[in-house]
Design a protein around this ligand. Structure first.
Ligand SMILES: Nc1ncnc2c1ncn2[C@@H]1O[C@H](COP(=O)(O)OP(=O)(O)OP(=O)(O)O)[C@@H](O)[C@H]1O
Length: 587
């Protein structure tokens, strides 16, 4: 195949002569001077060629073609620095080549197009696009039509576009309508819109497979359709954490070339029913309170999160709870190993083999990695009980512009695990230090009141009355726990037949006197009526239940993305080295 696709000849760009070579994986052109000496080489991986067109093609402001039978135009991905972000911006590169004859021109077009088909089999031909016209700054429609649609047209992608009239319209469409012939679904919006698509696609796939989503022990079927995210929301965390930049053109190019990034998804259950799926943040305590508070101040726009964060910090709350988790294999990776899940991540690649051991095409098989939440594994559950500032689970780093390394900097996108972060009750300055470290490169887990565990599943429930009395003696709970919630939590434990190994933790941690004073001062300011129970923030939605059971489903969906490209490393490379590195990463 490689030799069939090879083609080499002289080509002209303007009046300069180039030696052009198509090797199968790469298309290179090297300027040749009058003395036949080679000058600079441009190398483009075939997988990153967007399209090959006859004639001299202009793209902006509208596509136009100057027909000439000796010319052809190649459009491809060009990288540039994204400034502050970790990842790289992608832009459309375009070069117009001239050939000495029409026969040679046609040969180049044919070879390049065949190479494209061979080396990027996942390129979409038909896409279903949902635009939320009210997401973020309400620019979804404009972003799609001015920046994305022209690129799709250039790449020959046909798009069936729906501008939504209501929340959950996209989800309902995916659950009910005929999806035959579509290769993927694109959402133009923020994390809420992505979540709709996620729920629709996962639900549809399980319906068709006859699987029950309510049962956490069921191994769910991976979704056959890819998801593309064109960021146009006020929070675009999933896009940032999987691409490295929030940029509609970069995301559109990832979709066009058919990049494929598997993603772990956490299912959240309560009392024998699926509540929601989560990919980024499932947080109780501080993160739940901030979301609940911010909902009261929607009129403030995105500023409401900063305002509510400050208010909730000042109210100095902590909550009693019991956290149980099923640890992931510590030999495979650790949340403290200082690695980063970047494009071509070896931990995630090895996980694909582990999660789908009998399949060459991993996406077509059910995951067999998780040997079920069965009674056999009950002995492996670890339990912690105490008074917490926050308890959170994240299936990805959850990096975002405000927290460039994220909630768990070493978390992986597709290794079938999540990182459970437990922050014990502590003095306000300690908690501030923890929060502040999310905005810089200091290790937020290197604090005595923080622990992090890589897990396959986790449960949370409120302590029983008796246990709670113990916590109340400590003096932090001022309200009462809803009776119904307590009953639910007891039911959950008995339903799962929990015989967990309870590691009781010392709840009361020694606090220096000044810290106590600072704490009571701040407390007096804001938290005279602190509730005894918080809420769960599940990817930006408030859950109506406190006691939950969560399970991570490895690589349940695939995005049109490739993970974060290491911008720092890429900048030190020449064009040739960059594309070589990229080829190796994606081989
Ligand atoms: N036409 C519509 N009218 C109202 N709501 C919609 C519509 N289409 C989608 N939605 C809902 O709007 C919510 C927010 O959308 P999205 O995530 O795109 O924007 P956002 O500005 O990032 O949101 P957030 O306010 O959550 O930060 C989603 O949960 C989605 O279900």
């Amino acid at each position: 195949m490689e030799t069939d696709l090879r083609l080499e000849s002289s080509l002209w760009i303007g009046n300069k002569r180039y030696r052009a070579v198509l090797t199968g994986w790469h298309f290179n052109w090297t300027e040749v001077d009058k003395k036949n000496r080679n000058k600079k080489t441009i190398s483009v991986p075939v997988a990153e060629v967007v399209g090959v067109e006859e004639g001299r093609v202009e793209i902006l402001p509208h596509k136009s073609v100057e027909d000439s039978d000796k010319d052809f135009t190649v459009c491809y991905v060009k990288r540039s620095s994204s400034g502050g972000s970790y990842g790289l911006l992608w832009r459309l590169g375009r070069t117009q080549f001239s050939c000495p004859s029409r026969v040679l021109r046609d040969q180049w077009i044919k070879h390049l197009r065949t190479a494209l088909k061979t080396h990027s089999p996942l390129r979409p031909h038909r896409l279903l696009v949902f635009i939320n016209p009210f997401g973020g700054k309400r620019k979804g429609r404009q972003i799609y039509h001015s920046l994305v649609a022209p690129l799709f047209e250039l790449a020959g992608i046909s798009a069936h576009v729906t501008v939504t009239d209501r929340a959950n319209q996209a989800r309902d469409y995916l659950l009910k309508k005929d999806l035959t012939g579509f290769d993927g679904v694109v959402c133009v919006g923020g994390d809420g819109m992505f979540s709709e698509i996620l729920h629709g696609l996962i639900g549809r796939t399980q319906q068709e497979a006859g699987l029950c989503e309510n049962d956490p022990s069921v191994t769910l079927q991976p979704c056959p359709l890819h998801i593309g995210i064109i960021p146009a929301g006020s929070t675009d965390c999933v896009c940032y954490a999987t691409v490295g930049v929030i940029d509609p053109v970069t995301s559109a190019l990832h979709i066009i070339i058919g990049d494929s990034q598997p993603l772990d998804v956490c299912s959240v259950h309560h009392a024998s029913a699926l509540v929601r799926y989560s990919v980024s943040l499932l947080g109780y305590g501080f993160y739940g309170d901030v979301l609940a508070e911010s909902e009261k101040h929607r009129w403030m726009g995105p500023l409401r999160y900063d305002y509510s964060g400050t208010m909730m910090y000042l109210s100095n709350r902590s909550y009693a709870g019991i956290v149980q988790y099923l640890p992931a294999d510590p030999l495979l990776s650790s949340p403290r190993d200082k690695t980063r899940c970047l494009s071509g991540c070896s931990v995630c690649s090895r996980s694909t083999e582990r999660l789908f051991p009998h399949s060459a095409d991993s996406a077509s098989m059910c995951s067999s990695h998780f040997s079920q939440l069965s009674c056999d594994s009950e002995d492996e559950w670890v339990s912690i009980k105490g008074q917490f500032r926050c308890v959170s689970l994240t299936c990805m780093s959850s990096s975002c512009p405000k927290s460039p390394l994220g909630l768990s900097p070493s978390a992986h996108l597709a290794d079938g695990t999540g990182d459970l972060i437990v922050v014990w009750d502590t003095h306000p300055l300690g908690f501030l230090k923890f929060l502040y470290r999310h905005t810089n490169t200091q290790d937020q887990f290197d604090l005595p009141f923080v622990e992090v565990h890589r897990v396959k599943a986790f449960r949370f429930f409120l302590p029983s009355d008796k246990e709670e009395e113990g916590y109340e003696e400590i003096g932090s709970l001022s309200g009462t726990v809803d009776k119904e919630e307590r009953v639910c939590s007891v039911e959950t434990v008995s339903r799962t037949g929990s015989q967990q190994y309870l590691v009781d933790r010392e709840v009361q941690r020694e606090k220096p006197n000044e810290q106590k004073t600072a704490s009571s001062f701040l407390c007096g300011l804001c938290c005279s009526k602190a509730p005894a129970v918080s809420v769960w923030n599940c990817d930006g939605e408030i859950l109506p239940f406190t006691d939950i059971l969560c399970r991570v489903h490895g690589q349940l969906v695939r995005l049109y993305a490739r993970g974060i490209e290491d911008g720092a490393a890429m900048h030190d490379f020449s064009e040739t080295e960059k594309s070589e590195r990229s080829r190796i990463l994606h081989k």
